[in-house]
Design a binder for this molecule. Structure first.
Ligand code: GDP
Ligand code: IMO
Ligand code: MG
Length: 424
């Protein structure tokens, strides 16, 4: 079975969840391969609104097997809450969810560490993490000595392992954490918490890698490519490979099994948390985009920073992820502007550049060079076919596709499943 990947091409929240929910019925398996509870995907089906964090967005179709892969970091309390929330709405996620025994567990010390370190400043600005323990958990994964994987939750040696790690963490975190926080790091309490997690999740924990080798199908990342640890706007990034390059390492699927990459981008840009954002609009236009697009974080509720579409950044991420098709989302939000700007290059120290610089400080100095396109001032939320779009909306989409060098595959004109036009 050929595999399709859905990748965010900006700084997250490109509406990947909506697209995966729509594509899912054509597939047997939907996998999530990196990130953790930092992700927040809103899926709207008629009057129902679902907010997913760990659980892949294929969960709303009961015939689909959903898989949380080795590259994901799992906060079990939140995952259990998410499953219970779905159950209370008549969905039975436990019947079609597999969780990799290799996935790492976000432990209570990771949350404490994230909150303590998040307050510090790098390159003059706080990263503004989601405080979900993501960075510290991945740090321990790479560090190896203090890591806990899902398989450990069901291992008889768990109490010893927890006790050793708690001892080490209490020492390491002493200068950073409050007394109250350190008191939460009690080995017996955490061991019994792990037992509760194992009781609730144990039946879903398995070797997903062998399962996927037999099933190869659809993969989806969380976050956006510009938040990729190796290729994004470092250090203002997340701690995993959120771009297409992470698909194979995070999922365990070999590269040659993937035959289609769909890059998802909003028709403008948003970003949550700190970091350079060349096209950011700190004015009434930015506020207007935020209010019309309801640009508030699904996970943290923070107002998203808003700005014009940045074709330099998306051209880079589309190439990085090898996008075959562009899924352009939130086009409806731009229906209320007389004119629209698209960043086609940057000006850096008097020079025109068309590449995304690697240094955050340098990107911060880049001034966007804009091309102005006429708006369409016409509600497009009921458009269901390309021919029904106002001509200026067509021109806007065609120009973006041309600048990014990727053909349009999907256009979204509202949060609902119906408000989507497929060209593929
Ligand atoms: P994800 O993290 O990439 O899955 O994206 P989020 O779910 O965090 O953010 C996207 C938001 O936009 C959600 O609230 C969606 O319901 C909403 N949405 C999706 N597509 C559209 C669209 O075409 N137009 C509008 N106005 N909203 C959309
Ligand atoms: P989805 O999957 C938007 C951002 C945070 C912060 C940086 C690091 O919904 O697109 P972390 O907690 O990961 O260490 O925070 O990354 N961030 C996201 N921004 N959407 C997301 O996920 C994000 N996940 C992390 O705001 O700037
Ligand atoms: Mg989101």
């Amino acid at each position: 079975m050929p595999a399709t990947c859905v990748i965010g091409l900006q700084w997250g929240d490109e509406a990947k969840g909506k697209l995966v929910d729509l594509l899912a019925p054509n597939y047997d398996v939907v996998v999530r391969y990196q990130g953790g509870a930092n992700a927040g995907h809103t899926v709207v089906t008629g009057s129902e609104v679902y907010k997913l964090h760990h659980v892949p967005s294929g969960i709303l179709s009961s015939h689909i097997q959903n898989v949380i892969c080795p590259g994901v970091v799992i906060e079990p309390n939140m995952l259990i809450k998410e499953l219970t929330g779905l159950e209370s709405r008549g969905i039975q996620p436990r019947l079609n969810l597999k969780i990799s025994e290799r996935a790492h567990v976000v432990m209570p010390w990771h949350m404490i560490e994230d909150q303590a370190i998040n307050k510090t400043v790098v390159s003059g600005e706080s990263i503004g993490t989601t405080n979900r323990g993501i960075g510290p958990c991945y740090r321990d994964k790479v560090g190896r000595t203090h890591a806990i994987r899902m398989a450990d939750l069901i291992s008889p040696s768990l109490p010893n392992r927890i006790s050793e790690i708690v001892q080490a963490k209490r020492t390491l975190l002493a200068p950073l954490a409050s007394r109250e926080e350190l008191d939460q790091l009690d080995a017996d309490r955490i061991t019994s918490l792990c037992r509760t997690w194992a009781d609730s999740l144990g039946s879903m924990i398995c070797d997903t890698t062998y399962f996927l080798h037999d099933q190869l199908d659809e993969g989806k990342g969380a976050q956006g490519s510009l938040l990729d640890i190796d290729h994004g706007t470092f250090p203002f990034v997340t701690s995993s490979n959120a771009s297409g390059v992470g698909v194979t390492s995070g999922s365990g699927i070999p590269p040659r099994a993937i035959d289609r990459m769909i890059g998802v981008a909003k028709a403008y840009s948003t970003r949550v948390g700190g970091g350079p954002f060349p096209t950011e609009l700190l004015d009434a236009t930015g506020n207007k985009i935020r209010e019309i697009g309801r640009e508030y974080g699904t996970t943290t509720g923070r107002p998203r920073r808003c700005g014009w579409f940045d074709a330099v950044a998306v051209r880079y991420t589309a190439r990085l992820s090898g996008a075959n098709y562009l899924s352009l989302m939130m086009l409806d939000v731009l229906s209320h502007f007389d004119e629209l700007k698209v960043c086609v290059a940057y000006e850096l120290d008097g020079q025109r550049i068309d590449r995304l610089p690697c240094q955050a400080d340098v990107l911060r100095r880049c001034q966007p060079i804009y091309e102005t396109l006429p708006g369409w001032n016409h509600d497009v939320t009921k458009v269901r076919s390309m021919k029904d779009f106002p001509v200026n909306a067509r021109k806007y989409m065609d120009r973006i596709s041309e600048l990014v060098s990727v053909p349009l595959g999907v256009v979204s004109v509202g949060p609902d499943r119906q408000q989507t036009i497929f060209l593929i």
